[in-house]
Design a protein around this ligand. Structure first.
Ligand SMILES: [Zn+2]
Length: 320
């Protein structure tokens, strides 16, 4: 033993661990500043337990919480041409893509899956704001078409969770062409008589708002989500006027007839099940499973053994 093992190494370890622990285990709520423990936060679907602020949630985490037993099957999305314009700003487009893939662990900005929610079969698509701001490029267009085709084939409703900064500028006009493409995909569902439900999450803006995100049969939004085409700052600078409080937020849009519902994330699943079953003319959702059969009490004919302890009374069925 010497001063290196006793003194230097612990100092070095503490320096590194000190830096890592808060980042991994704690998240600061951007609204109220409360430090939230990661497990507590993910148990509450990334909603602040103190002020109810809805933080971003990845499509994979959302699907895990949405589908029965967290079980879903991914729907394959055809790959588009990579970097069609050889686009370059401060970084090359393929480099940006690789960085986004590394940080999110996802291939692209949209995840499509099929499964059951509340025993109601659906196809779902969710946009990942963490992946290049959820921007709509050719892949997202392909994903929505794949989702709509799958839903039509299986005769299932489509539920879409939007989150985007708009179209992907690195794909130029090709990203803007996804607006009519996705509109046609939604039209395909309409012709097949299948419900299309959109859940708008914070933020949904630009070309996404101008196409598939506003074409739902039912439009639901998460509380306080920013939903707009051009953002409030741009509008303020253009018209040189102060905008009203809460402008372009979910509650404001609900009040002005742009939305059908504003629903808390923790209540969203139940609400989706009810709506989907109503639209599909299915019986009302089962709220709870029947309790598992308890070991049967000894038959009446059997002579009770006086030495044996009395059987425990059967537990009342748990309701939730
Ligand atoms: Zn908070």
């Amino acid at each position: 033993m010497n001063w290196i093992t006793n003194y230097v190494r612990p100092r070095i370890n503490s320096l590194f661990s000190r830096r890592e622990v808060p980042e991994n285990l704690w998240t600061k709520c951007p609204e109220c500043g409360t430090m939230l423990f990661h497990r507590e936060l993910s148990d509450n679907l990334n909603v602040c337990t103190n002020c109810d602020h809805h933080l971003a949630i990845t499509p994979r985490d959302r699907f895990a919480a949405l589908f029965d037993g967290g079980a879903f099957v991914e729907v394959k999305v055809p790959d588009p041409v990579a970097d069609p314009l050889q686009f370059r700003d401060q970084k090359k487009y393929p480099d940006r893509m690789r960085a986004a893939q590394k940080s999110t662990g996802e291939k692209e900005a949209m995840l499509v899956a099929e499964g059951e929610i509340g025993r109601t079969p659906i196809v779902a698509a969710a946009q990942d704001f963490g992946f290049m701001a959820g921007s709509m490029g050719m892949y997202v267009g392909n994903a929505i078409i794949a989702a709509a085709e799958r839903a039509t084939k299986l005769k299932r409703p489509l539920v879409l969770f939007s989150a985007a900064g708009g179209a992907r500028m690195q794909e130029g006009i090709l990203s803007l062409m996804q607006m009519p493409r996705t509109t046609v995909a939604v039209e395909m569902l309409r012709e097949a008589g299948l419900p299309y439900i959109v859940v708008l999450t914070h933020p949904t803006t630009g070309g996404v708002t101008a196409s598939y995100a506003m074409l739902g049969d039912i439009q639901i939004a998460e509380p306080n989500a920013l939903i707009c085409f051009a953002g409030p700052r741009v509008i303020e600078q253009t018209i040189r006027e102060k905008l009203p409080e809460g402008f372009q937020r979910a509650e404001y849009l609900l009040e002005h007839g742009m939305l059908d519902r504003v629903t808390h994330r923790t209540k969203l699943r139940d609400e989706l099940v009810s709506i989907l079953r109503m639209m599909g003319r299915m019986p009302a959702p089962t709220k709870a499973d029947l309790p598992a059969p308890t070991p049967t009490a000894p038959a009446i004919e059997a002579t009770p053994d006086p030495a044996a302890p009395e059987p425990a009374p059967a537990k009342a069925p748990k309701s939730s």
